[in-house]
Design a binder for this molecule. Structure first.
Ligand SMILES: NC(=O)c1ccc[n+]([C@@H]2O[C@H](COP(=O)([O-])OP(=O)(O)OC[C@H]3O[C@@H](n4cnc5c(N)ncnc54)[C@H](O)[C@@H]3O)[C@@H](O)[C@H]2O)c1
Length: 332
């Protein structure tokens, strides 16, 4: 059983902690927040020891792994310091998305994990749902034939503001991860962005993508959606068929090219995903399974390298908005 701790006991730290508590592969021994009341409250709730600094926690605890669920500027500005402290101490780290709002720091974290020979994962939880796994299997089995095209839509309502790039950097690690999950690395992007009236961030995005394998894709993103009508939809077309994955895990449909018969998989009320929080449960369990099994580093799912890859796409999209040109994406 792995001894784990959670750093950053806000809303998301308090989502990770009970999942570790309930998972048979983990023992939640400590929680840490620089706001003492948050650490104390979480410690009492989960029966763990409270710390107010990562340094103190590392001094007193023998840990195998940590979740770092800090936030900061663009929801990623505070991740670097605690992640680097834990990697330096030889711990396996599951970071929250975005890996960082600063691409240089994101690259440094991935390099540090490699140097220390530890696992570094990112909570790209949207891909950890049974219909996404099934859709990926359809691709591998050749049900779609050669892949040609992908469309992704992710619209949520988020009125918060931190910077012009908040919407791109904080939300679209998720959508771009789903696109990479199905179609692989991205070679070039061309982005058009606008702001809803009164907004600081570019809250709407239309981004064209060209993948390394020749697939052409499009991402529509928004922070201005109607709150009760968030939307997450992914459609992949190949030479022999296409699928549509609606609302993350609600419904997956396969449309074969040469038949009127569709395959439809609905999230069952009997044993299907109970809600969005189940994506965290699945993701964290997979993280625990993979590090317990000591899988080869390159097999780690939703790794730091993949978290960096989506951030590189986002930075290239920002460059494209500024230059008006398609921009090349560095592949980590
Ligand atoms: N994967 C998802 O679906 C998903 C959904 C929402 C948010 N998130 C991400 O989760 C992260 C956390 O979001 P939140 O809403 O819980 O943020 P939050 O601001 O409510 O909580 C962050 C906590 O981290 C603490 N903290 C900051 N620096 C620290 C340090 N060095 N050591 C210890 N504690 C420290 C803060 O005091 C705060 O209590 C963000 O990166 C966000 O992007 C992920």
């Amino acid at each position: 059983m792995l001894k784990v701790a959670v750093i950053g006991m806000g809303n998301i730290g308090n989502t990770h902690a009970p999942i570790y508590k309930a998972d048979p592969l983990a023992e939640l021994v400590a929680v840490c927040d620089i706001i003492p009341e948050r650490a104390d409250k979480a410690a009492a709730r989960y029966g763990a020891r409270a710390y107010y600094s990562v340094e103190e926690m590392l001094k007193h605890e023998q840990l195998d792994a940590v979740s770092v669920s800090t936030a900061g500027v663009e929801n990623g500005g505070d991740h670097f310091t605690p992640v680097m402290q834990c990697l330096e101490a030889g711990l396996n780290v599951l970071g929250e998305k975005p890996i960082s709002n600063d691409i240089v720091k994101a690259r440094q974290m991935v390099a540090k994990a490699k140097e220390k020979g530890v696992y570094f994962g990112i909570n790209l939880n949207h891909r950890f749902v049974p219909p996404a796994a099934r859709a990926q299997k359809w691709i591998q089995e050749g049900k779609l034939g050669d892949l040609l095209l992908i469309n992704m839509t992710m619209w949520i309502n988020n009125p918060n503001e931190t910077s012009p790039w908040f919407h791109l950097r904080a939300l679209h690690p998720h959508s771009l991860d789903i696109m990479r999950f199905f179609c692989g690395d991205v070679r070039r992007v061309h982005a058009f962005l606008n702001r809803a009236p009164g907004r600081v961030c570019f809250s709407n995005a239309q981004i064209n993508l060209e993948f390394e394998n020749g697939v052409v894709g499009h991402l529509t993103g928004s922070y201005d959606a109607q709150p009760r009508h968030n939307l997450e939809r992914c459609e992949v077309m190949g030479a022999k068929g296409r699928f549509v994955l609606d609302n993350l895990y609600e419904e997956l449909t396969l449309y074969p090219k040469d038949s009127d018969e569709l395959t439809v998989i609905r999230n069952s009320i009997m044993g299907g995903l109970s809600g969005f929080s189940a994506t965290f449960t699945n993701r964290i369990h997979r993280w625990l399974e993979q590090i317990s099994a000591e899988v080869p580093d390159e097999e780690l799912e939703a790794s730091g390298r993949e978290g960096l890859a989506v951030q590189e796409i986002i930075e290239a999209a920002i460059r494209s908005h500024e230059s008006g040109q398609a921009e090349t994406v560095p592949v980590p």
